[in-house]
Design a protein around this ligand. Structure first.
Ligand code: HEC
Ligand code: HEC
Ligand code: HEC
Ligand code: HEC
Length: 479
């Protein structure tokens, strides 16, 4: 009997392990770093090449094509109608759209109006898995190479080897498997040197990263703030002093200037030296409550997806986790209903967007007050003092407005930064008002003219024409 009991116990343990194994998710697919999993070349970059080995993942990936909505302008009244003023004098004034799926990245970068004859290779860096072979071929000449002249023709040539109809003319080399996976072992990998270098300068060796960290780092290759180093036009992340918007601002005020990078553009309205901010999803996440708790991007954006044959895979359909609250959020927040979670996110985002709009309004005013200082002949040193405050206000407004979660990734961090934006903009208004009063400038007239400009921009129906109204006879161009 005792012997039977032992066998029974052992049997139970084995059974439990099998059941656990089945429940724990895609263990049958967990990647063993030492074993080759495919017979692909280590340099493979076409998505179609992965199709036969990973049909279920490939199918999940193809769902991104289902995000078939056309690009939507951010300039429409429901979104951020004053962006054409905030970006006046920079290509972003022409066209700036909301995101869509990864499979559209190449198509979108090719057709966006702000890519011009002088655009450079660096603009392709977060769009295509051909970047790895292009970097191998061009070396550091890749970054400043001409976008249309050198990069695009070469991409088409590389892509013609494996064009795939489902993924459209360019989509087959849009963000793909090889950007995040080693094609042979399928372990997660970093392909963008900008991330490896930025982490190294923070004392982090990315080759030592845990699996959980890699589940975020693969996204941090692209979903981050960056700028182009002056010499080679190389993509660089400004993280040496930390990840917060104020740390990055300190970086731009010190290290970047010492190395010769002063600004992205001179503002057409205020003549201020402006920094253009980009989508800092990783940075905001990193000091929000989920980032600090080690909840990775993939936990929410790539939840387990159960396929017909019982196997679970990590979803490769990168969209709003609100489409999958059950799998994305209730794994941890099981005590909350789906409705509660959806409403909570909605509240956070509504409060956030109101604060973004307020900061944008104030920053717009600041630009026009400085314009009036210039036309009224205020002292140079006061003008440049005001322009530096505008630079600061615009940085803090833009970096939060450009973050794509509408505040969810870090509600408190977003609010703190927007407060810095408002403080800086209020400094401009205070300083400018003092100077304008000394010069007997009619402030009521100024305010009326500002309202008129805003209304004209708002009422212009063609998003491509809006920026034209940012300057006029009363507020002449300053760049
Ligand atoms: C943006 C990055 C990214 C891209 C692009 C990507 N993957 Fe993944 N993939 C991941 C992450 C993150 C995981 C989860 C890995 C983990 O938890 O260790 C994963 C997991 C996997 C796994 C392991 C099993 C699983 O489901 O967790 C396979 C196989 C896989 N991906 C195949 C593919 C294929 C095939 C493509 C292209 C069609 C692709 N991936 C594109 C990020 C990516
Ligand atoms: C190689 C660069 C790159 C990597 C790596 C990358 N992304 Fe993206 N991602 C983009 C770009 C570019 C877009 C916008 C594409 C467009 O609008 O055409 C985007 C869009 C998105 C969107 C918006 C989709 C929509 O419906 O609007 C989500 C969500 C997203 N990415 C999440 C992730 C997550 C999570 C990871 C990591 C697992 C990741 N991305 C890795 C570049 C990247
Ligand atoms: C705790 C869950 C969670 C984590 C962790 C998380 N996100 Fe998100 N993310 C969300 C939610 C919720 C939204 C808002 C979706 C909406 O508005 O419908 C969002 C929005 C986004 C968007 C915009 C999507 C769209 O449809 O426009 C992108 C891009 C994105 N996240 C990328 C990332 C990246 C990159 C990371 C890691 C650095 C990350 N997220 C970490 C939950 C998460
Ligand atoms: C892997 C576990 C995990 C997942 C998945 C997860 N959360 Fe969380 N969530 C946490 C933890 C941990 C905290 C922090 C609790 C604390 O700080 O007290 C948190 C806090 C929150 C908070 C309050 C803090 C804040 O940032 O305002 C909200 C709201 C929230 N989560 C919503 C979501 C939503 C929505 C999703 C899905 C898109 C999600 N969570 C997915 C673990 C998770």
């Amino acid at each position: 009997m005792r012997k039977f009991g032992l066998v029974f116990k052992l049997l139970m343990i084995v059974l439990t392990l099998i059941i656990l194994q089945a429940c724990l998710g895609p263990d049958d697919l967990t990647v063993d770093e030492t074993e080759p999993l495919t017979d692909l070349s280590p340099n493979e970059y076409l998505n179609t090449a992965f199709k036969d080995a990973f049909p279920v993942h490939y199918e999940s990936f193809l769902r991104n094509m289902g995000i078939g909505r056309p690009p939507v302008s951010k300039f429409i009244p429901e979104y951020e109608p004053y962006l054409p003023i905030l970006f006046a004098g920079f290509p972003f004034e022409q066209e700036y759209n909301t995101t869509r799926g990864h499979t559209y990245a190449v198509e979108d970068v090719i057709s966006i109006a702000r890519i011009g004859e002088r655009s450079i290779g660096s603009c392709m860096t977060c769009k295509s898995s051909t970047v790895t072979p292009l970097l191998q071929e061009f070396g550091d000449d890749y970054w400043a190479a001409n976008f249309r002249g050198e990069i695009l023709p070469r991409m088409e040539e590389l892509a013609s080897v494996g064009a795939s109809e489902e993924l459209g003319e360019y989509g087959h080399v849009s963000i793909g498997c090889s950007d995040c996976h080693n094609p042979v072992t399928m372990e997660l990998r970093i392909t963008r040197p900008s991330l490896t270098n930025a982490l190294a300068r923070q004392g982090i060796d990315v080759t030592e990263a845990t699996r959980n960290e890699m589940r975020t780092y693969v996204c941090a290759q692209c979903h981050v703030e960056y700028y182009f180093e002056p010499e080679l036009q190389k993509v660089r992340f400004p993280w040496d002093l930390g990840n917060r918007p104020e740390d990055m601002y300190d970086y731009f005020q010190t290290i970047a200037i010492e190395e010769g990078f002063n600004y992205d553009y001179i503002h057409a309205v205020s003549g201020s030296p402006i920094l253009k901010a980009q989508h800092p999803e990783y940075e905001l996440w990193s000091y929000g409550s989920h980032g600090r708790a080690g909840v990775s991007c993939s936990d929410c954006h790539m939840p387990f997806e159960r396929r017909d044959d019982r196997r679970k895979i990590s979803s490769h359909y990168w969209v709003s986790p609100l489409e999958t609250i059950q799998q994305s959020c209730r794994t941890c927040h099981s005590d909350k209903t789906e409705k509660y979670i959806r409403d909570r996110v909605g509240e956070i985002q509504e409060r956030h967007l109101n604060a973004v709009h307020e900061a944008q309004d104030l920053t717009v005013e600041a630009h026009y007050y400085v314009n009036r200082m210039i036309t009224a002949g205020a002292p140079e040193d006061r003008i440049s003092e005001a322009q530096n405050f505008v630079r600061e206000a615009q940085w803090y407004t833009d970096i939060i407005a450009a973050e794509n979660s509408d505040g969810f990734h870090n509600p408190q961090g977003g609010m703190d930064t927007l407060r810095m934006a408002s403080d800086a903009a209020n400094n401009v208004l205070k300083l400018a008002t003092e100077e304008l009063l000394k010069l007997n400038v009619d402030l009521d007239e100024l305010r009326t003219e500002i309202s008129k400009v805003k209304e004209t921009v708002l009422n212009e129906e063609d998003p491509f024409q809006k920026h034209i109204h940012a300057t006029n006879e009363f507020f002449p161009k300053q760049n």
